[in-house]
Design a protein around this ligand. Structure first.
Ligand SMILES: *Cc1c(COP(=O)(O)O)cnc(C)c1O
Length: 373
């Protein structure tokens, strides 16, 4: 009888391993069908000899850089033996991750619950629902993680983007974002960029890029561009893991209220704080430059790129600066790209637009008196 029980257990294991193999094969197939994202180049009249490159992460099938993270988080859960056939999957998200995770849940035939702040852009909520997932909206942003943990306590697999982003991504390569950028620059005039600029949401992207730059022995420096007074900004300065943001932000995906477990401070060489109005004005400028919309955090990146470029220009340096277009701007049609919404939130784009236009034209810095870079 005892032997029979052992056989039964082994039989169950074989069935679940079979499902794991099928799920991993489905992820591998998705990877094989996907193309890399474009590295788009811009030249500005004010910055002779400085090339600007933007990695178009909005081009992923789920519209943001979170496509990479979602794939990695599912792989990580599967390879750790914590994701099983029929199991509900849950995560806490400001939206972009939820869309990508819901898409992969559908690919794997799993139910998905997205726990999101109720202030999330309505379009993102609809996108998650359109993928067959359900949204659990929480009024208090600080309660989102606790709600996700409550779902996990009832048996759901918690993908935990904020807890696991930094370790789920293979930082040495495997076509991570840093390896892709470095390869795509190979034929350029300045193939080793002076700076790579990204925001910090989970911190996964900055951790992966910072580690990879060292691993490849490049002299490129990493700058995090984040909303003024974010948890990352305040924590980075003093290496304080308990830092709390002193101002909320309307820029989704970055500007976290606290220091997330995935923030690796020591790989970041500089931090530039960008006011929300400047980020949004820059997102509108990106639409004019590229002929399509990108989200607010892409604008944050552009402002920081211009600041770094102005410093390089003032020092007579030439070279390249690389940054990311993080997500599709259509997601913010009813918020950042709606004039009524902006005035209701007391965001005036005009002064910043004038500054950014002048900057592009003449190479002047968006901010004055910046000693950080
Ligand atoms: C998540 C996110 C970021 C930041 O990337 P992390 O790797 O999580 O730090 C930036 N912009 C958008 C739109 C995002 O969704």
């Amino acid at each position: 009888m005892v032997g029979g029980e052992c056989m039964a257990v082994a039989g169950d294991r074989a069935v679940s391993r079979q499902w794991e193999h099928a799920a991993l094969a489905a992820l591998a197939g998705e990877g094989a069908r996907s193309a890399d994202t474009h590295l788009l180049k811009l030249d500005f009249p004010g910055f002779d000899g400085i090339g600007f490159y933007f990695k178009d992460e909005a081009a992923h099938p789920t519209g943001s850089l979170k496509h990479r993270l979602a794939r990695s988080l599912y792989l990580y859960a599967l390879c750790n033996g914590r994701l099983h056939a029929g199991q509900t999957v849950v995560d806490a998200s400001s939206g972009s991750t939820a869309i990508s995770e819901a898409w992969f849940a559908r690919l794997l035939g799993l139910p998905f619950v997205a726990v999101m702040p109720s202030c999330t852009a309505p379009r993102k909520i609809r996108e998650v629902q359109a993928l067959g997932a359900s949204c659990d909206l929480v009024d208090d942003v600080g309660e989102v993680r606790a709600r996700a943990l409550a779902h996990a306590a009832r048996g759901a697999c918690f993908l935990d983007q904020f807890g696991l982003a930094e370790r789920a991504t293979d930082w040495r390569g495997n076509n991570n974002i840093a390896e892709s950028v470095v390869a795509q620059l190979a034929q350029e005039a300045a193939p080793e960029p002076a700076w790579i600029v990204c925001g910090a949401g989970t911190g996964g992207t900055s951790a992966t890029i910072g580690r990879y730059l060292r691993y490849r022995r490049l002299n490129t420096r990493l700058c995090v561009a984040d909303p003024v007074g974010s948890g990352f900004v305040l924590g980075w300065r003093t290496r304080d893991q308990d830092a709390r943001a002193h101002t909320p932000t309307v820029i989704e995906g970055i500007g976290r209220p606290g220091v997330e477990p995935g923030f690796v401070f020591d790989v970041v060489d500089a931090v530039i704080e960008v006011p929300d109005a400047a980020s949004v004005a820059a997102a509108w400028l990106l639409e004019d430059l590229f002929g399509r919309r990108y989200g607010g955090s892409s604008g944050t990146n552009l402002v920081a790129c211009l600041q770094l470029a102005a410093t390089m220009r003032a020092r007579g340096q030439r070279g390249s600066i690389v940054s990311l277009l993080c997500d599709r701007g259509e997601r913010y049609d009813e918020t950042l790209f709606d004039r009524r919404w902006l005035s209701a939130h007391a965001i005036d784009l005009q002064p910043w637009r004038a500054i950014l236009d002048e900057c592009i034209k003449s190479g002047s810095p968006p901010f004055t008196g910046d000693g950080a870079v």
